[in-house]
Design a protein around this ligand. Structure first.
Ligand SMILES: *Cc1c(COP(=O)(O)O)cnc(C)c1O
Length: 346
C-alpha cells in the first residue's frame, strides 16, 4: 500500500491560525506553493460538548463541510496536489460522498473529473456530483464492480481515489490535529469513528501518530471503529470469523457498506495498536440512533447514525473518559431516505 508524508514533524508553533479552516496545518501538508491550493473554506469544524444517553461525549461536526461530508478533508489536499502537478483530468469511484467531494474541488480547480458510481447510488448524491459538472458514469453491479472499472481507467487517467491515493489520507489526518488542538492539546481517551474504507480512521491514526511523535500528546487514544452488521468484514476479522461477500445484507448505512476494504490490514493494525475495538450495529439500532440525533437537533445521514449506534454500545464502558466521535455526513444528502426511515413511528 502506497503512503506518503509531508516529512515535516508536527510542531504546534508551526500552526498558522491566521489561515482559515484546515489549511492552518499547511506546514504539514504535501503542497509546496500557496498558489496551488484549491479551497472552498473547509475544515476547523466545531467540536461540540454533548451527551448521549446521559454520557458525556464530544461531537466533531464533520457534516458541516462545503460538500456535506468529511471527505472534503481529503479532496482539498488531493486536488491541490494534483493541481500543483499540472493534472488536467481525474477519475474517481465512489458510492456518493467521496465523488461529490472530488467533483466539488475539481470544479473549483477547473480540472475535468469523471466519477464512476454504482448504478444504485442515491439520486440526491448523483445530483450533487452532476451539478458540480463532473462526468457521471453509472456502473452496473456492486461497489466492487465500480472499483474495478475505475482501476482500469486509472491506467490512463490520474486516479483521484479516496481509497488508494495517499494524498487523500494526508488531508484526513487534519481531523486528528483539529480535535486535539480544540481540546487544548489534551489527549482524548477514545475516538469512535465509522469504518468502511477506513479513510477517516487511518487519517486520524496518521495525525495522532504525528502528534505523539512530536510529544504533543502523551498516548494514542483508543480507536473504535463502527460497521453495519449488514456489511462488517472488519468486525468479522477482528473477532476471528471468516467473511464472505455473499454474507453482505442491504444496510441503510450505505457509506460504510464496503465488503472488501483495500486498506483492511492497516485498519486492523491501527485498531489493535491503540487498544481499540471494532463493533457492529443492527439496522434497528441505526434507525433508533437516527431518531435520537434528529430529536436533539442533529440532522445527519443514516451512515452517521450507525456511528452513534456504535457509540451507544461502548460509551457506558468509557465512564469518566474523554470520548470524541464524528458526524461525518449531512442529512440533506439523503433527506428522502431519512424520511422513509423515520416516518412511520412518532
Ligand atoms: C465515506 C463516509 C464514511 C466512511 O468513511 P470510510 O473512509 O469509507 O471509512 C462514513 N460516513 C460518511 C458520511 C461518509 O461519507
Amino acid at each position: 500500500m502506497l503512503d506518503v508524508s509531508s516529512g515535516v514533524p508536527f510542531d504546534p508553533g508551526d500552526v498558522d491560525a491566521s489561515r482559515p479552516g484546515l489549511w492552518r496545518y499547511r506546514a504539514f501538508l504535501p503542497v509546496a506553493n500557496d498558489s496551488s491550493i484549491i479551497t472552498l473554506g473547509e475544515g476547523w469544524t466545531p467540536l461540540l460538548e454533548w451527551a448521549i444517553d446521559g454520557n458525556p461525549v464530544w461531537l466533531k461536526l464533520e457534516q458541516l463541510f462545503p460538500s456535506g461530508s468529511f471527505k472534503d478533508r481529503g479532496a482539498t489536499v488531493l486536488v491541490s496536489a494534483a493541481n500543483e502537478a499540472g493534472v488536467g483530468e481525474v477519475v474517481e469511484d465512489s458510492s456518493g460522498n467521496a465523488g461529490s467531494a472530488i467533483a466539488a474541488y475539481c470544479a473549483r480547480a477547473g480540472i475535468a473529473c469523471r466519477i464512476l458510481a454504482p448504478a444504485n447510488t442515491l439520486e440526491s448524491k448523483l445530483a450533487q456530483i452532476r451539478a458540480y459538472g463532473a462526468e457521471l458514469v453509472a456502473v452496473p453491479g456492486d461497489r466492487q464492480a465500480t472499483a474495478q472499472a475505475a482501476w482500469e481507467q486509472a491506467q490512463t487517467h490520474y486516479y483521484a481515489s479516496h481509497v488508494w491515493n495517499p494524498l487523500f489520507l494526508q488531508g484526513c489526518k487534519t481531523f486528528a490535529y483539529e480535535l486535539c488542538e480544540q481540546l487544548d492539546w489534551r489527549t482524548p481517551d477514545a475516538v469512535v469513528l465509522p469504518v468502511g474504507n477506513g479513510t477517516l480512521m487511518l487519517g486520524a491514526y496518521l495525525g495522532l501518530q504525528d502528534l505523539l511523535m512530536a510529544g504533543v500528546i502523551e498516548a494514542m487514544p483508543r480507536l473504535i471503529g463502527v460497521q453495519s452488521a449488514g456489511c462488517a468484514p472488519l468486525v468479522a476479522a477482528w473477532e476471528g470469523h471468516a467473511f464472505d461477500v455473499a454474507q453482505v445484507q442491504p444496510t441503510v448505512a450505505a457509506g460504510i457498506a464496503i465488503a472488501a476494504p483495500a486498506r483492511r490490514e492497516q485498519i486492523l493494525e491501527a485498531v489493535a495498536q491503540t487498544g481499540g475495538e471494532l463493533v457492529a450495529v443492527s439496522e434497528d439500532e441505526i434507525v433508533a440512533a437516527l431518531r435520537l440525533l434528529a430529536g436533539q437537533g442533529l440532522f445527519v445521514e443514516p451512515t452517521v447514525a450507525a456511528t452513534i449506534a456504535g457509540l451507544r454500545k461502548v460509551l457506558p464502558t468509557l465512564e469518566g473518559q474523554t470520548v470524541v466521535t464524528a458526524l461525518t455526513g449531512h442529512g440533506l444528502k439523503a433527506a428522502a431516505k431519512v424520511w422513509d426511515l423515520t416516518g412511520d413511528e412518532p
